[in-house]
Design a protein around this ligand. Structure first.
Ligand code: FAD
Length: 281
């Protein structure tokens, strides 16, 4: 048990190495709402920019915005860059998309909202630019088995890299011989971003199963699907032992609990992947 905790802790806390190359200036094409607090950012990347499905990159906040923020909130922030996952297939380059949640202050705390998400939600407009670093992360390495099921487990905007991976796999007909599951946890129905898109994919691709789960459905959601945290829903879905490649993205807590669930079902550590929870600036 102690060993398991140590392994999980080290897995979840390793900071990703940062790419050294200069960031690329991407042109903003659209910033559109997906839920009350999540927006999709669509950009046009420079011609030579390449990434692999499921990767993430650091988006920079302009220094003038950071200076104004420091003056407004009496903070002392230096350069601000935050990791966001590509939520589109590289086959769509030069267009790339991101799914970004506005980070509100924690309940009951008199602190500023999140700076990068505030900038992206409030300041970025079509025609503007944003600097995007080189691609990082290896969620795209989905295992080399031709038959093992692929299980994607997402909480909230953790679904972003999976939108990119699924978009890519379906476009390129990758993993056609494997069962693919998306377990997507959100609080209420309105938070299930891209629900219609996932349902369309599930109707079109017989190897794809979509399992949305709500942890706190609103009465007028009329929700008849699974309820509870997504790791619990996943646990109940697969009885017995499980041999699968599992990709996880969401809050640190959700990732930790999901790792526990799949390990308890016998999934070897080498078949479980997720991004680091922190990326050193
Ligand atoms: C690999 C990776 C991929 C990611 N991909 C995505 C993605 O695709 N989409 C997405 O939405 N997010 C993603 N994230 C999270 C994202 O990188 C940011 O962490 C998130 O958007 C918040 O950044 P921010 O600058 O808006 O907030 P920050 O300024 O970093 O603030 C974070 C929180 O701290 C609070 N806060 C501010 N000051 C204080 C204080 N003094 N005391 C206590 N709390 C304070 C803020 O209100 C806010 O809630 C990813 C993270 C990682 C590690």
């Amino acid at each position: 048990m102690i060993r398991l905790s140590l392994v999980v802790a080290s897995l979840l806390s390793a900071p990703a190495a940062l790419a050294q190359e200069a960031p690329a200036a991407a042109q903003v094409v659209a910033v559109e709402p997906l839920t009350p607090n999540v927006k999709r950012l669509r950009v046009r990347m420079p011609k030579n920019y390449r990434f692999e499905a499921g990767q993430f990159a650091l988006l920079s906040v302009p220094s003038a915005f950071v200076e104004a923020w420091n003056a407004k909130y009496k903070t002392e922030l230096g350069a601000v860059r935050r990791p966001y996952s590509f939520a589109s297939s590289p086959k769509r380059l030069p267009v790339a998309e991101f799914i970004i949640q506005l980070a509100a202050p924690p309940p009951g705390r008199d602190v500023p909202p999140g700076i990068a998400s505030t900038y992206i939600h409030g300041e970025l407009k079509p025609g503007g630019t944003i600097e995007i670093g080189q691609p990082l992360g290896s969620l795209n390495k989905a295992g080399d088995s031709a038959t093992r099921p692929l299980i994607l487990v997402a909480g909230g905007t953790g679904v972003a890299p999976f939108v990119g991976l699924l978009d890519h796999w379906f476009r390129t007909k990758q993993h056609k011989g494997r069962k693919i599951y998306l377990f997507f946890g959100a609080r209420q129905r309105r938070d299930l971003m891209l629900d219609a898109q996932f349902r369309r994919w599930a109707a079109k691709h017989s190897n794809f199963t979509y399992v949305p789960a709500l942890s706190d459905p609103a009465p007028d959601d009329n929700w008849t699907g699974p309820t509870g945290f997504v790791n619990v829903v996943l646990d109940k879905h697969f009885t017995g032992t499980l041999d699968a490649d599992v990709l996880i993205a969401g809050s640190p807590r959700m990732m930790q609990e999901t790792v526990k669930v799949v390990k308890a079902k016998g999934v070897p550590e080498g078949q479980i992947r997720h991004d680091p929870i922190k990326v050193a600036p």
